[in-house]
Design a protein around this ligand. Structure first.
Ligand SMILES: [Zn+2]
Length: 381
């Protein structure tokens, strides 16, 4: 049976896409969601920090607390002329809904809201607490969003037991992959100091390119670890490198480079930093290095939440999801360290951050059904 055009999850997804909430703008998305949740009895707390809008909403007062988490912001559209349709005017064609945020992650937000509306109608006196943690800054710096809300909740000793993040986790079919962790991300900003000079008089200069090249080659070809049962091996990538004046006869005085490491739970930041500095020192590179940790790896061992999510997917779409830790970072990194079980479950991620971002209409509706089933398995009496 085709999905009716007036399906509530589909309509809400389209309403959210119409709000051009390019990070960290929220453009009224949270207001719209807050109204829907308030109408079914949620206590609403807005927690703006700087330019970022956040929402914490609860229904119930007891443990366990099951939280649905996500973001209203989207990445920029890129050149509008490359889109087949207006990115902020949702269009449905052949069972596919197009628009910026269709997959990442306005359909996920809509599915959480409509699942909640049906669940509360059927289980008004459910056990535990059903909660929402939403932000308008996941795609941006991620400083004033989920991270800050978690600090407030920690200070009030409000604990999240189970958290479903609605990020697009699926690969080929809805529910084929759920994420139970993510690798960490460590970046380095490297400056190699040399002495500028004429290429014909290299003994009077010190070429920073020659000095650092063997060290970078060693870093780029190194096997860091083999990963483990749940994590891919750690990877190192040089993302930027620059030196030279543009003239062919000048030895540069300085080289600047940036690199990033995506690391498994086999590593720690300290271990990575000491390995890398040891390599630069051994190659006698004269350098300065600034570090940025954008996320520590997190991992939720299979437990009550992943069991409920796996069962719900099996019941609704008849497949058993792979439990994965691949992909970029997500706001789960701020929630998991407090002891919460965190699982990411959402639509297909094939088109996210691309032009003509899209989602299958049927998947939007089915996802809402899966979320509702998770709520039942954990909170229904
Ligand atoms: Zn996202």
């Amino acid at each position: 049976m085709p999905t009716p055009a007036d399906d509530p999850t589909l309509l809400l997804t389209q309403e959210l896409i119409r709000r051009p909430s390019v990070s960290p703008e929220d453009q009224g998305c949270l207001q719209l969601i807050a109204q829907r949740l308030e109408a079914v009895g949620f206590r609403i707390e807005r927690m703006p920090f700087g330019p970022v809008e956040n929402l914490w909403a609860c229904h119930g007062k007891e443990r366990p607390l099951l939280c649905f988490a996500g973001h209203t912001d989207v990445v920029p559209t890129g050149p509008r002329e490359e889109w087949a349709t207006d990115p902020f005017e949702p269009v449905i064609r052949d069972g596919i809904l197009y628009g910026r945020g269709a997959a990442d992650m306005k359909s996920g937000l809509a599915a959480m809201v409509t699942a909640t509306e049906r669940f509360i109608a059927r289980h008004p006196n459910h056990k535990g607490t059903l909660a929402f943690l939403l932000t308008s800054d996941e795609e941006g710096p991620s400083v004033d969003g989920t991270r800050r809300v978690m600090e407030v909740l920690e200070a009030r000793n409000e604990k999240i037991d189970y958290c479903v993040v609605g990020e697009p986790s699926s690969t080929d079919k809805l529910g084929d992959v759920i994420k139970i962790g993510r690798r960490g991300s460590l970046s380095g900003k490297l400056t190699v100091h040399g002495i500028q000079g004429h290429v014909a008089y290299p003994h009077l200069a010190d070429n920073p390119v020659h000095a650092v090249a063997p060290a970078l080659a060693e870093l780029a070809s190194r096997t860091w670890d083999k990963g483990n049962e749940f994590f891919q091996p750690t990877t190192f990538q040089i993302s930027n490198i620059a030196a030279g004046t543009g003239a062919p006869n000048v030895i540069p005085g300085e080289l600047k480079a940036r690199f990033n490491i995506r690391f498994s739970t086999e590593q720690t930041v300290e271990k990575l930093q000491s390995t890398i500095t040891e390599i630069f020192n051994r190659h006698k590179v004269n350098y300065t290095l600034e570090w940025f940790v954008s996320g520590l790896p997190f991992f939720t061992a299979p437990g009550a939440l992943s069991a409920a999510v796996v069962q719900s997917i099996k019941e609704k779409v008849g497949r058993t999801p792979e439990l994965s830790t691949t992909g970029g970072t997500s706001d789960g990194r701020f929630i998991a360290p407090t002891g919460a079980q965190v699982v990411e479950l959402g639509v297909l991620n094939a088109s996210i951050h691309k032009v003509n971002e899209n989602v299958r209409v049927d998947d939007v509706v089915t996802l809402s059904g899966i979320y509702e089933r998770v709520m039942e398995l954990i909170l229904a009496k």
